[in-house]
Design a protein around this ligand. Sequence first.
Ligand SMILES: [Zn+2]
Ligand SMILES: [Zn+2]
Length: 347
Amino acid sequence: MDVRSAESLSYPFPDTPAPGEVVEVAPGILWIRMPLPFRLNHVNIYLIDDGEGWAIFDAGIGNDNTRAIWETLAAGPLAGRRLTRLIVSHYHPDHIGLAGWLAQRFDLPLQMSQTCFLGCINISLSPGALDAQPYRDFYLRNGLDAKTTAIVTTQGHGYLKMVTALPPTFNRIVAGDTLHIGGRTFAVLSGDGHAPEQLMLYCAPEKLFLAADQVLAKISPNVSVWAVDPLGDPLGLYLRSLATLRRDLPTDTLVLAGHQLPFYGLHTRAGELIAHHEHRCALIEEACRTAPRSAADLVPVIFHHPLDPHQMSFAFSEVLAHVNYMVREGRLLWTHPENGIARIVTP
Ligand SMILES: [Zn+2]
Ligand SMILES: [Zn+2]
């Protein structure tokens, strides 16, 4: 056993910043919290001393409340120092939502991955695309009922309500790049699984890791298969990313994550997340040993409480991530569809 992974998580900053306030988590690195109108009710944003002002890591969701808090911050805790640039970790609305507005309001260059930029633009160019028949068929073929299928296939419109339009140009950054922010250098890392090409920043001399949603202290980040890439293996990519982070980053790294508290214990947490997914894989494998199951059949194997259609759509997509992963690993097989529904068995 790796003795370093025996440590437990610790939280050096247990007091969360109130909306419009900042907490300094390292010299010249400020932590901000923006409210979210969901059960997960906040997102973390970090400001990094960039010499003449502050670089921003993630924007918050695109709504009036978050706009007002940015104005409060600019007039209050940040007064006298301008904002210099905006770096966006991934295209989920809680992170990229206000990026277009912030870039325009404060005249900021926008730095993100090409996947993030194009992913966001793609939804805004054709919000109805998710409604197409091949996407509907994907959910129905995997055993999802018609009502949930209707909700899942119209999610593109919901996304646009939470995201302001991006500017026509951006500054692409990729894994392996080095970003000079103020006096610091950050390695740009990317990790898949939660979102394609999610970017993270690592400052080696100070062991500071801006992890976005890849590693959170207490939540298992959503890892889902979507209809556009029905055979995709986001869970395999996610597990690979966790293994890479454990290999490359030291155990006493301060993790500045996209939600919940900053923490120490990266190796422990990565190990817990890997074990969590392996446990789910084992439950699915066990259920498929006795009879062929569709992905929808397997949802109650993993999720024991009643789910509304929205929760069901995420639960289903998570289950399918485990199925696709295990099919690639040779632990499960697809059977020939019966009555239009695809089912999985153990070999
Ligand atoms: Zn996310
Ligand atoms: Zn998030």
